[in-house]
Design a protein around this ligand. Structure first.
Ligand SMILES: [Zn+2]
Ligand SMILES: [Zn+2]
Length: 96
């Protein structure tokens, strides 16, 4: 993909279909881990400060209070508090 294909959304350069992915991510409010549904951690609710008061998520471009796009490296795991994409919790992956 070339950089000309990117658009500016929430101050980030993103793929043209990214706003749609963000919209879809807002409908996935819970994540199933080991058969239990946990509410996903919204941008700005992380233990660390990612600058949610000032800027959109550096990885997925959501704004404070929104749910991250699945696969975002800022999203925290609601169970262990670690990075959701790299922690060892038994995520149930049956859909997106
Ligand atoms: Zn994000
Ligand atoms: Zn975890």
């Amino acid at each position: 993909m070339s950089s000309e294909d990117r658009i500016i959304f929430n101050g980030r350069r993103v793929l043209p279909d990214w706003p749609e992915k963000i919209e879809m991510a807002q409908h996935v409010s819970h994540i199933s881990i080991g058969g239990v549904d946990y509410p996903r951690v919204r941008y700005g609710e992380e233990a660390g400060d990612w600058g949610a008061d000032e800027v959109s998520c550096h990885d997925c471009a959501v704004v404070k209070g929104q749910l991250h796009v699945p696969g975002c490296d800022v999203e925290r795991c609601p169970l262990c508090g670690g990075q959701a994409i790299s922690c060892d919790c038994p995520y149930d992956v049956d859909d997106e």
